[in-house]
Write a protein that binds this ligand. Structure first.
Ligand SMILES: [Zn+2]
Length: 157
């Protein structure tokens, strides 16, 4: 199974998107204990880290409740796997492209700030709720920079 990643750089950080890919078998796709993620990677040696952000990996995921009574939280540890545990196929993940989307990110953040300022100044309730809605839409677009999902090009529409 081959997965091509696109690295987006913006705002002094980076995030990853993946190109469309096919799972090696249905079993891995349906396996709830296996996740494709760049988060909570149990990363002892820094091998999966690039610019402080983890390159997404296929991982077996363990979540346990830790802490003592009254102060408990869920802790997830994801352990990267190199081979599909179901069919044995090698999992190859590579970063094939790096795209600087800083300008787009800055533009969206600026628009968001301007709308938010207008929203706080207006006396009209109707106008305020319109503006809030627009801010919400921009927030979603900005959040989508960080999501590990399929790369659809530089549209963000
Ligand atoms: Zn498989």
């Amino acid at each position: 199974m081959k997965i091509d990643l696109i690295k987006l750089t913006f705002n002094d950080t980076c995030a990853y998107k993946h190109k469309p890919f096919q799972y090696c078998c249905d079993e891995i796709q349906n396996d709830k204990a296996i996740v494709f993620t760049g988060e909570d990677i149990n990363d002892i040696c820094g091998e999966y880290e690039d610019d402080g952000v983890c390159v997404p990996q296929f991982c077996t995921s363990y979540t346990e409740t830790v802490g003592s009574w009254g102060d408990e939280w869920e802790q997830t540890d994801n352990y990267p796997i190199q081979f599909c545990p179901h069919c044995g196929e090698k999992i190859e993940i590579s970063v094939v492209e790096e795209i600087d989307v800083s300008d787009k990110y800055k533009e969206l953040s600026k628009q968001r700030d301007e709308l938010w300022r207008k929203c706080q100044r207006t006396d009209s309730k109707r106008r305020e709720s319109e503006l809030r809605e627009q801010v919400g839409k921009l927030d979603k677009q900005i959040d989508s920079f960080y999501l590990l999902d399929e790369w659809k090009g530089e549209t963000y529409e």
